[in-house]
Design a protein around this ligand. Structure first.
Ligand code: DLL
Length: 436
């Protein structure tokens, strides 16, 4: 059988060879892009009339960025390069308000995206002997179907469990000896908090790994997951606009995310100036999709903040490594003039051993000032402990948060099960301040 999940030649290609592949694929994408209403206007305006106008990869930077707003304004077909009879699948992006953004894939596009997903899975040391329980929702969200196809390509037994119904999920894990989970980190922590209720111990399960992604999480959250379940957790990064999960994935060494450069060109820019930033420096991730022709997307502003590593990985793959996502250019909270990313708060509280698996960040107005309240669930045996100890813990959490975010929030401690639970992406921030 043809192996389509381990391509040594491409995965360890020297940088020059990778650049050649990128250039050739970029030209081919330009040809498709010129067939779309959107890019057929935009590319000629910067002097690109045919693929031959791209002489080197540097020419990519002539192309203006494409934003989510561009996608919305050209909804539903402005970026489609083929007749819909050529399209075999659509996805839309999750969680945004207003007009959604839609992604179209031809059979060839889907096949290429599936190869990349399969490559990501295999890079974690997962193979056909594994059993994957896919706990991401199936449907318009890419997390379910895209992972499903990739896992089948590697030959895994896939349990298409989708999200929700925690009791059944745990039963499936037990009955089918699930070895790998695909899940959001917040839901995985919730699953752990439910094990005892269903009289299941971690040792009753056969779990070895989890692929966690689709939402920001810190290194401390990863460690917490690994410790609670005694597994390896691999970070998985992707976005609907780039075909969903599998844009970048960790390998067995867990040294951050290999971004598959034969499929995507990555640039890291200063979000204010649009200029490229040097390796090692944080900026906005800009992605060009090299493997999707039905709906080309070039220089897409992801709004995700990350940096590229300078060092190579012991696995010998040559594709650049992206740091975990450090925040977004658009989820920053400004509280009494202080800029705060929710991920900074998570980083601090998840390090504190008494803290359980769920939390919420609330911002409200109190008179003229903003008030930040961090609500945290404790493990039940801690919550039942002495009142004085609880008070000390509250002060400790507030102090540690102040050291990180420079302002001291009010901290509320709760018993498990009080704060809202999310079976897909968690909504951690409740900002009830009046809109400007
Ligand atoms: O979340 C695709 C996906 C599914 C990725 C399953 C991984 C696993 P969207 O709904 O379009 O697609 O959301 C994309 O989610 O721009 C990031 O802000 C965030 N995100 C995705 N993966 C990670 C991650 C899917 N590993 C948006 N760490 C992206 C942090 C992530 N944030």
């Amino acid at each position: 059988m043809e192996i389509r999940y381990w391509n040594k030649e491409i995965e360890t290609a020297d940088r020059e060879k990778l650049r050649q592949i990128q250039l050739q694929r970029l030209k081919s994408i330009i040809a498709s892009a010129l067939k779309t209403p959107f890019y057929s206007r935009r590319l000629p305006s910067v002097g690109i009339h045919s693929p031959d106008d791209i002489k080197s990869l540097d020419d990519l930077r002539k192309i203006p960025f494409t934003t989510k707003d561009d996608l919305r304004q050209n909804y539903p077909k402005g970026l489609l390069s083929v007749d819909t009879s050529e399209v075999v699948r659509i996805h839309t992006s999750s969680g945004t308000t207003g007009v959604p953004t839609v992604i179209y894939l031809s059979a060839k596009d889907l096949d290429a995206a599936t190869d990349i997903m399969a490559r990501s899975i295999y890079a974690t040391g997962t193979d056909k002997t594994d059993i994957l329980q896919n706990m991401m929702s199936y449907g318009l969200f890419t997390g379910g179907l895209c992972m499903h196809y990739g896992a089948e390509r590697v030959g895994l037994m896939v349990i298409p469990a989708a999200g929700g119904n925690t009791k059944r999920q745990i039963q499936l894990m037990k009955d089918f000896r699930t070895t790998v989970l695909h899940i959001t980190p917040s839901y995985l922590l919730h699953v752990h908090s439910k094990l005892a209720e269903y009289s299941v111990a971690v040792s009753d399960l056969a779990l070895k790994k989890a692929f966690v992604g689709a939402e920001p999480h810190s290194e401390n959250t990863r460690r917490k997951i690994e410790d609670l379940f005694d597994i390896d957790a691999y970070n998985s990064y992707g976005l609907s606009e780039m075909n969903g999960p599998g844009v970048a994935f960790e390998c067995v060494y867990k040294t951050d995310l290999h971004l598959w450069e034969d499929a995507y060109i990555v640039e890291i820019i200063n979000p204010k100036t649009g200029e490229l930033v040097p390796d090692g420096k944080e900026g906005e991730v800009i992605l060009t999709n090299l493997i999707r022709h039905a709906m080309p997307l070039m220089r897409y502003r992801t709004r995700d903040l990350a940096f590229l590593h300078k060092e190579s990985c012991p696995c010998k793959r040559t594709h650049r490594r992206l740091s975990r996502i450090l925040g977004r250019t658009d989820d920053m909270l400004i509280i009494n003039g202080v800029n705060i990313f929710p991920s900074q708060i998570e980083e601090v509280i998840m390090k504190i051993p008494e803290v359980g698996t769920n939390y919420q960040i609330c911002v409200e107005k109190q008179g003229a000032l903003d008030r930040l309240i961090v609500k945290v669930e404790l493990y039940s045996k801690i919550f039942m402990g002495e009142a004085k100890q609880i008070d000390n813990l509250k002060a400790k959490i507030a102090d540690e948060l102040k050291a990180s975010i420079t302002l001291k929030p009010a901290v509320e401690l709760h018993e498990p099960g009080v704060l809202p639970v999310f079976e897909g992406k968690a909504v951690r921030v409740v900002d009830s301040r009046p809109k400007l």
